[in-house]
Design a protein around this ligand. Structure first.
Ligand SMILES: Nc1ncnc2c1ncn2[C@@H]1O[C@H](COP(=O)(O)OP(=O)(O)OP(=O)(O)O)[C@@H](O)[C@H]1O
Length: 686
């Protein structure tokens, strides 16, 4: 291949080496091994291949209907081929009286079998059969197609490459024990068979081998990372549970902890006392009580002479955490401060000083906390709420804030299905609060059409008149979308007509408001001055108003499952019976109907997350997209769960027997991983 085409392959498909070419997998195969007879052609056959002689060409039609038609025949009948484009090329290259192998999608025109724009190649009648292999189809880009490097040429290249290499050229990377245990074909065979399968059975075996390899290596890498961290990363040691923790626990804790909360605290204490750095993901469904776990964890740091900080994704949430935590700690000799983007410079300076001097024990804030000017004296514990809003890079900056890296606890209310968590966050340790505080009543969720709006409003009114509060949520897909805002304002006006002042008061909150206005409206709802909160999804995470017991979600067909679940989690946080009404238009697509059905039938976040994964695939699960961990070449995290389990078991067994991969049998695996590491780092730079 000349330098120009090689360059194109690099630019368009990231193909630099022979191996890259082998790893460009076909997304399907076409079966050109069989030759159909014309008399057997029937409507509904889709793609067919025939071996025919061209009887005569005729040029028909005018303008856009202008076409070249060839009458062709085999020994069993006649049919037509037609071209609307590239006519002169065809006239030059196909010859009357010659035989061709013709492949394409079968149609019928005036009851005559016809193929429009067929693929053709010269054919001699001695060749009874078609090709000897299934032809692979590759994902070529438009640019490649126009430069004569389309799918067919890629197939030719791969075919030529495979003809030149042998078993010894494609190093096996999996240990023999795994190959025989999982009954996998060799890597070399797998590459051959995935491109040019000798049968369907062989093809499936090749795909299975390569998928398992991907999953096995990904999980192995995660496991090695984690155990490396466990063994080598030094962390600050919290070896005691001291006065602040105990005093708070005995005197000021407003309720008994649930079993799950206690368990998670134990896990955190074990980690942070071990001398290793903690890196833990804490998942808890909406309303499961993560805040108190965060607070007790921070007190643990304080008792051991360290500072702690809690970061939230939005200003509203940071303030809410600050309000909750400072009020819980108001009788305690522990200093807590708030730092957000809107903290005034003078306050900021004061705060920075007391942080640096070590007088301030707990800092709560938005990502303003990780700005360079903020220096802690002894930062020992960082808690990040709602991790998916923080980038990995932002997390890494925390390391620079202390000599020994602080412990990190990442809290998320987005339940991540187990398979995903395992694959995407496999390098973090993992805790779950899988139990709701006692006394919660299940939320009743119903679906209503917009035409039933006045019934819904009447219901809302009855609840409000009982002293409850309500949310009305409008979809806002794009914060910048003007139309969405118009809907919101119109909606607000409509709500007002049902709930006139001064009997009722309404707060409105959305992403475009100045921070102080947003805060003020929010605060009025929190304190109960307003009974209704009209809001966009800025309310989605973490807002805690236990007296709010009804939520109406407008145009709920526009939301994804996880988001609906998050939103609904804003109600049902107190002792009152809570309701969620999903309003939709009258026409619903299948997916939307399915989502509504799931929402009305379960309130278990983990169950919903599983369904969401099935409906949307992993690409859309929040927070996993950037992680890059889930972009497998072949494996699919939803469909290939059994393979994921197989790979996981194999990794566990391997590491149990040889945790450092030092045995002779595992050396090739180890060196393969090291090569890969080099390759990955390199491709990032380029
Ligand atoms: N063990 C408990 N017993 C009784 N109530 C509790 C318990 N733990 C937490 N709560 C209360 O439950 C409510 C929800 O707790 P919290 O705000 O911590 O939830 P969360 O896990 O942060 O949920 P979200 O992610 O939805 O914000 C709060 O009002 C809190 O005071």
């Amino acid at each position: 291949m000349g330098p120009q085409r090689a360059d194109l392959l690099k630019k368009e498909l990231n193909i630099f080496t022979f191996r890259d070419l082998l790893e460009l997998f076909p997304y399907r195969h076409v079966d050109k091994t069989r030759v159909n007879l014309i008399r057997d052609l029937m409507p509904g056959m889709d793609y067919v291949q025939v071996a025919v002689k061209i009887l005569r060409f005729s040029l028909l039609g005018e303008g856009r209907a202008k076409r070249l038609v060839a009458q062709v025949a085999d020994s069993t009948g006649t049919m037509e081929l037609a071209w609307f484009q590239g006519i002169s090329w065809i006239q030059k290259n196909l010859v009357e009286g010659q035989s061709y192998l013709v492949y394409g999608r079968l149609g019928f025109f005036n009851q005559m079998p016809q193929i429009v724009h067929p693929e053709t190649e010269p054919w001699t009648p001695e060749k009874k059969e078609g090709r000897e292999f299934l032809e692979p189809v590759y994902p070529a880009t438009e640019k490649l197609k126009t430069r004569n490097l389309g799918g067919r040429q890629l197939a030719k290249l791969t075919h030529a490459l495979l003809a030149q290499i042998h078993e010894k050229d494609v190093q096996e990377n999996l240990p023999d024990s795994i190959l025989s245990k999982l009954q996998l074909m060799s890597r070399y065979q797998a590459f051959r068979q995935i491109h040019f399968p000798s049968s369907n059975v062989q093809y499936s075996a090749a795909v299975r081998r390569l998928k398992l390899e991907e999953l096995f290596l990904a999980q192995l890498r995660m496991n090695l990372l984690r155990s490396k961290r466990h063994r080598f990363s030094k962390g600050v040691v919290f070896d005691k549970v001291g006065e602040q923790f105990n005093t708070f626990y005995k005197k000021y804790l407003p309720f008994d902890l649930t079993g799950a909360q206690k368990r998670v605290l134990r896990e955190i204490r074990n980690d942070s006392g071990s001398g290793k750095q903690m890196n833990r993901l804490l998942q808890g469904d909406v309303g499961s009580g993560k805040t108190i776990v965060a607070l007790l964890t921070m007190l643990l740091a304080v008792d051991n002479g360290y500072q702690a900080c809690l970061m939230a994704p939005t200003e509203i949430l940071a303030k809410q955490h600050f309000a909750t935590i400072s009020s819980l700690l108001k009788e305690m000799p522990v200093n807590v401060e708030l730092l957000t983007g809107s903290t005034k410079t003078s306050a900021r300076k004061k705060l920075a000083k007391s942080l640096a001097e070590g007088n301030l024990e707990i800092l709560i804030g938005t990502h303003a906390v990780i700005e360079e000017a903020v220096q802690f004296q002894r930062l020992g514990m960082v808690i990040i709420d709602e991790q998916h809003r923080f980038g990995v890079a932002q997390r890494a900056r925390l390391w620079e804030k202390a000599e020994i890296p602080p412990h990190i606890l990442v809290m998320t209310a987005t339940p991540i299905p187990r398979t995903l968590a395992m694959t995407a966050y496999g390098d973090l340790d993992y805790s779950v609060i899988d139990e709701l505080p006692p006394g919660r009543q299940p939320i009743t969720t119903v679906h209503r059409f917009e035409t039933q709006r006045s019934f819904v409003m009447n219901f809302l009114q009855a609840e409000i008149d009982k002293g409850r509060q309500a949310y009305i949520i409008f979809p806002l897909i794009e914060e910048s979308d003007k139309l969405d805002y118009e809907n919101l304002y119109r909606g607000y006006e409509t709500v007002k007509t049902y709930f006139p002042e001064p009997k009722y008061w309404i707060s409105m909150v959305h992403g475009r408001q100045p921070a102080d206005q947003k805060e003020q409206n929010m605060q009025r709802f929190v304190t109960g001055d307003t009974q209704i909160m009209v809001s966009t999804t800025v309310i989605e995470v973490g807002v805690n108003v236990p007296n709010a017991s009804v939520m109406v979600i407008e145009s709920s067909e526009k939301f994804g499952l996880s988001q609906l679940h998050q939103l609904r989690g804003r109600v049902g946080r107190g002792a009152e019976k809570s309701y969620c009404v999903l309003l939709t238009g009258s026409k619903l697509g299948n997916d939307a109907r399915e989502r509504i059905k799931i929402m009305t039938s379960t309130s278990n976040g983990f169950e919903i997350a599983e369904k969401d994964l099935e409906l949307r695939g992993p690409g859309d699960i929040e927070g996993t997209r950037q992680s890059g961990m889930l972009s497998f070449k072949l494996a699919n995290i939803v469909e290939d769960r059994p393979l994921i389990e197989e790979a996981k078991a194999a990794v566990a067994e391997l590491l149990e027997n040889d945790p450092d991969l030092v045995s002779a049998e595992n050396l090739r695996l180890k060196s393969f991983l090291q090569q890969q590491k080099g390759k990955m780092a390199w491709s990032k730079i380029s």
